[in-house]
Design a protein around this ligand. Structure first.
Ligand code: GTP
Ligand code: MG
Length: 317
């Protein structure tokens, strides 16, 4: 693990689709390895190939089961698929996402599918730092589409929307989701709503509630994209092909409207900012000037603004 990897060789093997090399590169991302600079330089020409689909929604709504069903639907179209399951609350990958692995077992031996879970808590740069780099790896490995699953709590769902080309918001009956959706600002981020667990009572009510909320807001109509609402039974794969069709339709709209390049430009800007801020923070912490300044602030000798000015007047070592 600590051996410095032969980066060009690793990248070449990942680009030829070797699963172990892909996994290794994503581990470098997770570990914030110093090798990443070289990795990203080599990957740059091949970034942007994959269409990025975000799936978010409350815990237990069926995101992993839906991801599994969507992977099957994409594989049926002969497309190569990457899956990133992101757990913003857990500092370790593995534990909390074990359930996801089990639910995605269908594709464990398919070499047209890369499945990877990633933990971002405790990572200095967080989700916005690590995820785009993992996406670059998967894109370079030839994935036509990458599905990112993240649980819809707090800031993570908003971040996921800014990382994805198309964002799916999942709801299910019996979870008070109609109300939750309005509260959580989920209406703003969805390009597509999926009401999962349509085999359960109340799915039509969720659809109706969503439809009336959407017609009140009607934010996208003027931009030419009307947010569709689909029903699925992910556990039986029902509706997955239709969801893929709508994602493709949204993709075509993204391209024709110019929105795709706008979204990707904004994403790249976010990514640059995250890298710059993270390295600035790392540098400041290792710089040795922060603690003495903090002591002076505590002693009332200077105020924190003046201390920050002093810090920034000279770039960190
Ligand atoms: N009845 C029914 N159950 C479903 C359906 N889809 C998923 N489930 C079940 O719902 C439970 C949660 O599914 P997951 O796919 O793990 O949900 P999740 O959103 O990924 O959950 P977290 O990752 O923990 O937030 C599992 O027991 C699934 O079998 C469905 O369409 N109908
Ligand atoms: Mg899950």
């Amino acid at each position: 693990m600590t051996l410095s990897p032969d980066v060009p060789d690793l990248v070449a093997r990942a680009e030829s689709g070797e699963a172990r090399a892909v996994a290794r590169l994503i581990s470098l991302v997770e570990d914030a390895s110093p090798s990443l600079r070289e990795v990203m330089q080599l990957l740059a020409p091949r970034a942007g190939h994959a269409r990025v689909i975000g799936l978010t929604g409350s815990p237990g709504v069926g995101k992993s089961t839906s991801t599994n069903a969507l992977v099957s639907a994409y594989r049926a179209r002969g497309m190569k698929v990457g899956v990133l399951a992101i757990d913003p609350s857990s500092p370790f990958s593995g534990g909390a996402l074990l359930g996801d692995r089990v639910r995605m077992q269908d594709h464990a031996t398919d070499d047209g599918v890369f499945i990877r879970s990633m933990a971002t808590r405790g990572h200095l740069g967080g989700l916005s730092w690590a995820t785009p780099q993992a996406l670059r790896v998967l894109s370079a490995a030839g994935c036509d589409v990458v599905l990112i699953e993240t649980v819809g709590v707090g800031q993570a769902e908003v971040e996921i929307a800014s990382l994805a080309d198309t964002t799916l918001v999942l709801l299910a009956p019996g979870m008070g989701d109609g109300i939750q959706a309005a509260k959580a600002g989920i209406l703003e981020i969805a390009d597509l709503f999926v009401v999962n667990k349509a085999d359960r009572e109340g799915a039509d009510t969720v659809v109706r509630d969503l439809r009336s909320m959407l017609s009140l807001g009607d934010r996208r109509t003027d931009q030419g994209w009307r947010v569709p609402i689909l029903k699925t039974v992910a556990s039986r794969g029902e509706g997955a092909a239709e969801v893929v069709e709508e994602i493709e339709r949204h993709g075509a709209w993204l391209e024709s409207s110019g929105e795709l390049s706008r979204r990707r430009q904004r994403r790249a800007a976010d990514e640059i900012e995250a890298i710059a801020l993270t390295s600035l923070r790392v540098d400041l912490r290792g710089d040795g000037r922060l603690e003495p300044l903090a002591a002076r602030v505590v002693a009332g000798e200077i105020d924190p603004y003046a201390a920050a000015d002093e810090l920034m007047a000279q770039p960190p070592r």
